[in-house]
Design a binder for this molecule. Structure first.
Ligand code: ATP
Ligand code: MG
Length: 433
């Protein structure tokens, strides 16, 4: 038996329904926020991620799926969405004629060669947004509000929003200096990864999951003490707007995003449910005022987030949120005698008129067809035999109350519309409503 690749999963049954439900909520929400959908390729030239994500990050240094295509080009399966969206923004000159700020969202699979475990896959789905062209802290707060509102709409409760600021380039540079001076005498007590971070990107030491609990981490210099006036003002505004949005947040001075392009706000949303496990960060993001330029575009501020769908699914399970409808279908059509072609046409017409409809395609006996209608939770059954074809009067059965009706073909749509709009008083309808 050929098996699925390690770190991947199949979607079917309830999980399929849940994913569709999540996608629907996502799309509806992005429409309300007035964000524009963008889609970029699943693979890009490797160079893009080296520049856009950064050589020193775990993602690029250890996790990418790299391959050479048949034309000997270095390609990489996208490990995240931002680099591709920024490339697209620059390549398609979205800054040219668009309304500023340009607000975009994306959704799709990402690929990282990681050790598979709960909440960590090699193919996983991310929903994210990128907003270009404005430095306003209003947008930092708006971007943070999107995952918060998304989770709220889904009915997720145990959430914690962590925020921090990295300041502008000047503040960051000063802070970096301070960290280097602070960690230098302690370098031997840090893990191997941190030793190399010290050389390449000392800020990321603060993000270390191994050394996290060491005292020297807790006592490390804090960015707040290195912020210039402008950076302070930006951060204060973000917090003010979050309060206006009634979003509770926790300030976490050790929260960093490793990349050099991150400036000002960084944030993470964590599932705070007991027993959820260590992969509990549902979503991360921040402002990256240097990224568009790094990818070859004009200096353009940006802010965004990316959230993983798998961890969200687990969080929903933990909180017993069930998004599956299992509403069943509206109509089940049973062809009899010479009614097959008529039934096929009727099924097609009903589907096109908006009714979820299925048809017996297995020439079942009438009794097993009734059972099938029950299994499909069909609300109505339409029987089509010789008589119905001849007279154009259909035999319609309410599958809940078992009442039977004779309905002219030209009245069937109105009939179903009316009957489906109010429940028939039976237990099943009451239950569904
Ligand atoms: P982590 O610290 O958990 O590795 P990260 O910093 O690598 O996360 P980001 O690159 O910021 O994560 O991605 C944003 C979100 O995407 C994460 O918060 C998480 O929900 C999800 N995510 C990241 N990597 C994976 C993965 N391998 N499998 C499933 N979800 C993932
Ligand atoms: Mg990671």
């Amino acid at each position: 038996m050929i098996q699925k690749p390690k770190g991947t999963y199949d979607v079917y049954g309830n999980k399929g329904e849940t994913f569709i439900a999540l996608e629907n909520v996502m799309k509806a929400l992005m429409e309300k926020y007035n964000y524009e959908y963008v889609r970029t390729p699943l693979f890009e030239s490797s160079e893009l991620f080296h520049r856009g994500v950064g050589e020193t990050t775990d993602i690029v240094s250890k996790e990418t799926y790299d391959f050479k295509d048949r034309g000997d080009r270095n390609m990489t399966l996208r490990p995240e969405g931002t680099a591709g969206v920024v490339r697209s923004y620059v390549e398609n000159k979205m800054y040219g004629n668009a309304t500023i700020p340009v607000k975009t969202w994306y959704y799709g699979p990402m690929y990282r060669y990681e050790r598979p475990q709960s909440g960590r896959f090699r193919e996983f789905y991310q929903f994210g947004v990128e907003v270009f062209g404005s430095e306003s802290p209003i947008l930092d707060a708006e971007v943070i509000s999107i995952p918060v509102n998304f989770y709220k709409l889904l009915g997720l409760k145990g959430l914690k929003v962590h925020i921090n600021t990295l300041g502008d380039i000047e503040s960051r540079t000063n802070y970096r200096e301070a960290l280097i001076n602070y960690f230098k005498p302690h370098i031997d007590t840090l893990c191997e990864d941190c030793k190399s971070r010290f050389e390449k990107n000392p800020l990321r030491i603060l993000d270390c999951k191994v050394d996290h609990d060491l005292d020297i981490m807790k006592n490390a210099p804090k960015i707040v003490d290195y912020l210039n006036e402008e950076s302070k003002a930006h951060y204060e505004s973000v917090k003010k707007y979050l309060e206006a949005l009634h979003i509770e947040y926790i300030e976490d001075p050790n929260l960093v995003r490793g990349l050099d392009y991150y400036t000002h706000t960084v944030f993470e949303v964590e599932a705070s449910v007991e027993g959820f496990g260590s992969q509990n960060v549902l979503c991360g993001g921040g402002r990256y005022n240097g990224l568009v330029e790094a990818i070859g575009g004009p200096a353009t501020p940006g802010v965004g987030f990316a959230m993983g769908l798998e961890r969200l699914l687990t969080a929903l399970e933990y909180e017993h949120v069930d998004l599956t409808m299992n509403n069943g279908i509206d109509v089940y059509v049973i062809p009899m005698d010479n009614g097959l072609e008529y039934s096929i046409a009727l099924t097609n017409d009903l589907r096109m008129c908006g009714f979820s409809t299925d048809i017996d395609s297995m020439s079942r006996k009438l009794s097993s067809n009734f059972k099938q209608a029950d299994k499909l939770h069909s609300k109505f059954i339409i029987l089509v035999g010789e008589e119905e074809v001849k007279t154009n009067i259909l035999t319609v059965k309410n599958n809940h109350t078992k009442e039977e009706y004779k309905v002219k073909i030209e009245d069937i749509v109105d009939f179903l519309d009316e009957k489906l709009s109010d429940d028939c008083g039976c237990e099943e309808c009451n239950h569904e409503n």
